[in-house]
Design a protein around this ligand. Structure first.
Ligand code: ZN
Length: 176
């Protein structure tokens, strides 16, 4: 898997990109390109049972915090260098990105064509590019800035990585 994977964000000709596209995980999941900014998504190519490992996270490289990076420790960030970078955020996520075991796991039963989303604050403490959330989930947290800005109660609804749990514990101990 090349470390030079580029996430194309501003898409003006989805048909051309689709034609040139080679999935990094053929048969497992693929990018659905849509024109506009940040409109593309990652969908499953087959069904997965709740709790099933959809992919091992391989071919990562360390790097600075940026909009495509994933936090894997208190100070450490990586680039996914694969189609997994197209997983969008949802407050009702379909997968967990477990940076402790470096796996992507199905949160519930998934069928072919389902949108693969994860809860970004489960790995991100303070995001490089915060954004308002319009995911439509009943318990949408509305503003995605990172776990630092969410209560422990809210975070308890989600899969949370060890470094985020540690940072939440430290934050709440210092506030008490
Ligand atoms: Zn939301």
């Amino acid at each position: 898997m090349p470390a030079t994977y580029t996430k194309v964000e501003k898409i003006t000709d989805a048909a051309a990109i689709k034609q040139a596209y080679k999935p990094t995980h053929p048969g497992q999941f693929e990018v659905v390109y849509a024109e506009g900014d940040y409109n593309s998504k990652l969908v499953t190519c087959k069904s997965y049972a709740k709790g099933e490992i959809i992919a091992k996270v391989e071919g990562i490289t360390p790097g600075p915090k940026r909009y495509t990076s994933v936090q894997i420790g208190k100070e450490d960030h990586i680039e996914l260098n694969s189609d997994l970078v197209f997983m969008n955020h949802s407050c009702n996520p379909s997968v967990s990105l477990d940076t402790d075991t470096m796996t992507v796991v199905a949160v519930h039963n998934l069928k072919e064509g389902d949108n693969m989303t994860f809860f970004y604050p489960s790995s991100e403490w303070e995001m490089d590019q915060p954004f308002p959330c319009w995911c439509g989930a009943e318990l949408c947290v509305k503003s995605i800035q990172g776990a630092k800005f969410l209560s422990k109660e809210t975070m308890s609804r989600y899969f949370v990585t060890k470094h985020i749990q540690d940072l939440l514990n430290e934050r709440d101990a210092s506030e008490a």
